[in-house]
Design a protein around this ligand. Structure first.
Ligand code: ASN
Ligand code: ZN
Length: 330
């Protein structure tokens, strides 16, 4: 059956003016991306609320007081993440079957979190502190959607070291999506949640070049890291990915300054995020299993890099050096 492809205009809070999939006239339904839909919970905490519907094809006004604005941000983040997985990794949707998930915005009252749920095959966003900072930025959307990808591939158990690797996978792919999007209002970075002001002082939620900058995350692996919260045991793997992409030491990218340390004091030369993201994705989808730990992640990524770039390649050496730099040896 033939279906019109409508592209509306979204005035988002975090990403400026963007195009949105809005068919049929006019709802937030993305027919070119598995019919991904975006719903307004309007403060509710269950069900789907109502599908965003409009008489014109312009959505939101860039401000959180307009209920469509968060819908536009979430719809855009889902579209970017879909495009990233399709165009960079050849994966069509979260399950790889071309079927879209859906997004729900305006969950609860001043709810400061966002989450993926396997049971609804959907992602949900609160409106943040004072209902003025919805958690609908590109990186948060990509982070939550990637929980769906992880769940349908490696299936990394959400506790212990595998839980940290699950969380890191979401942060890693969030950074990759942000760089892929190259949005003028939200350029790529190795920060997580820099737009949503979750700390109330303008600082990001997490830092991949030096995870301990958040006060809780770990920079390197240690025996016992599996006992801490998965959003902190993700630190070493986030740090690994930064080092593999950009290398150790000081560097400024898109106006953000980084300074990544190594636990062994040896320098790491980065191979660029375009290669690093392929290595991580290949390991996630063909090497990691539900109980993969840090040692297994090292083995899996070395194997993935070897298949992609060859034994003895500079890429394999960089993977080995980046793991050594966060205290995961051979
Ligand atoms: N936003 C959090 C996350 O995606 C929610 C959670 O802790 N499950 O990790
Ligand atoms: Zn997460």
């Amino acid at each position: 059956e033939w279906q019109a492809i409508e592209t509306g205009i979204g005035n988002t809070q975090y990403s400026g003016q963007v195009t949105l999939g809005t068919a049929p006239s006019y709802t937030l339904t993305d027919t070119t991306r598995g019919n991904h839909k975006t719903y307004n919970l309007n403060g509710g905490t269950s069900g789907t609320g109502t599908l965003f519907t409009n008489t014109t094809d312009t959505w939101g006004n860039g401000l959180p007081s307009n209920k469509e604005t968060a819908g536009a941000d979430a719809h855009y983040g889902a579209a970017l993440t879909w495009d990233y997985y399709k165009n960079v990794h050849g994966r069509s949707g979260i399950r790889g079957d071309g079927v879209g998930a859906y997004s729900r915005v305006h969950y609860g009252n001043a709810y400061v979190n966002a989450f993926w749920s396997d049971s609804c095959f959907c992602m949900t966003y609160g409106d943040g502190t004072g209902n003025s900072k919805p958690l609908t930025s590109i990186d948060v959307a990509a982070h939550e959607m990637t929980h769906g990808v992880t769940s349908n591939t490696a299936g990394l158990v959400y506790s212990g070291e595998s839980g940290g690797l699950n969380e890191a996978t979401s942060d890693i792919m969030a950074a990759a999506v942000e760089f892929y999007a190259n949005n003028a209002n939200d350029k790529g970075d190795y920060l997580v949640g820099e737009k949503i002001d979750i700390n109330g002082n303008g600082t990001p939620l997490r830092y991949m070049d030096k995870p301990s900058k958040d006060g809780s995350s770990k920079d390197s692996w240690y025996s016992g890291i599996g006992s801490i919260d998965v959003h902190y045991s993700s630190g070493p793997a986030n740090h690994f990915f930064y080092l593999l992409s950009e290398g150790s030491g000081a560097k400024t990218i898109n106006g953000v300054s980084y300074n990544s340390p190594t636990s062994d004091g040896l320098p790491v030369t980065g191979i660029g995020i375009d290669k690093a993201r392929l290595i991580w994705f290949k390991a996630l989808t063909t090497k990691f299993t539900s109980n993969t730990n840090y040692a297994g992640a090292r083995t899996g990524t070395v194997a993935a890099a070897t298949e992609l770039y060859g034994a003895g390649s500079a890429e394999v050496t960089a993977v080995e050096n980046a793991w050594a730099a966060i205290s995961v040896g051979s």
